[in-house]
Ligand binder design. Structure first.
Ligand SMILES: [Zn+2]
Length: 257
């Protein structure tokens, strides 16, 4: 049975077990090109977390925390409507949430991150929370973006990282009412493919803002997106989340005796 922390009564919290896995979905409110809503990362992280809690909640003791809608989206600060937290604010919020969770019997916290721009900060938070509050911490993504070593359609040259084919297909599956395919445009900074050392997934990374590329805020090619593709991707993401959560529930870094 899935457990939604906010729906529990206080005495039920004391009955949670030390083996339970808390999931904190993290979304974002940020520009996603002209064709997708600001809530795109929020929709994906929130829906996946709920569906995973429902699908695997009988087998694994999962405790779903309310989704954090705002996160570190300052690469999109140029676009009105993007609502971003600074790195220090987000670190502080995560530390506060973890401190409160640590007062319950639950000892494992998974940050299910829907926004690639949070990844480096979540690695820092993951270790700091481990030290400060003793929780076992994990960071997972609905799917690994290409700039994090994930695969991407060849047509996007490894640059389909924002509002491109995969993300647009997912939204056509999850919330077609919020997608305007008539406004979707290919926006791939193709000249970057000629750099061998500097770039996403390359030895030298670079600090970037999403208006550095002269595109419309999209980084990728959403034009071939379909709901069918999105459904297939979503079902694969949900199955992978189940496998990850099963391992997280039994993961122990100590060498067995
Ligand atoms: Zn996104």
């Amino acid at each position: 049975m899935p457990r939604f922390l906010a729906d529990l009564r206080a005495p039920q919290v004391a009955d949670l077990s030390a083996g339970a896995v808390a999931i904190l979905p993290i979304g974002s409110i940020e520009q996603h090109g002209p064709h997708l809503p600001l809530s795109t990362d929020l929709v994906v992280a929130d829906t996946l977390a709920r569906d995973a809690a429902t699908a695997f909640g009988d087998e694994i003791e999962l405790v779903l925390l309310p989704t954090l809608a705002y996160s570190k989206s300052n690469e999109h600060a140029w676009s009105a409507g993007t609502m971003w937290l600074s790195a220090t604010t987000l670190l502080a919020v995560l530390d506060d949430i973890a401190r409160c969770l640590a007062t319950t019997p639950v000892q494992r916290l998974v940050m299910l991150n829907g926004h690639g721009g949070n990844s480096a900060l979540l690695q820092v938070a993951s270790r700091d929370i481990r030290l400060a509050h003793g929780l076992r911490t994990f960071v997972m993504h609905p799917s690994l973006p290409p700039d994090h070593g994930g695969t991407a359609p060849a047509s996007e040259l490894g640059m389909g990282i924002h509002a491109g084919l995969e993300e647009t297909s997912l939204m056509l599956h999850l919330r077609p009412d919020l997608v305007r395919m008539d406004l979707a445009e290919r926006s791939v900074p193709e000249h970057l493919a000629s750099f061998e050392r500097v770039g996403w997934g390359r030895p030298v990374s670079f600090g970037w803002l999403s208006d550095d590329f002269g595109t419309n805020g999209t980084l990728g090619d959403p034009t071939g997106a379909t709901a069918e593709r999105g459904k297939e991707r979503y079902e694969a993401m949900l199955a992978a989340a189940g496998e990850s959560l099963r391992e997280i529930a039994r993961f122990d870094p100590r060498r067995p005796r």
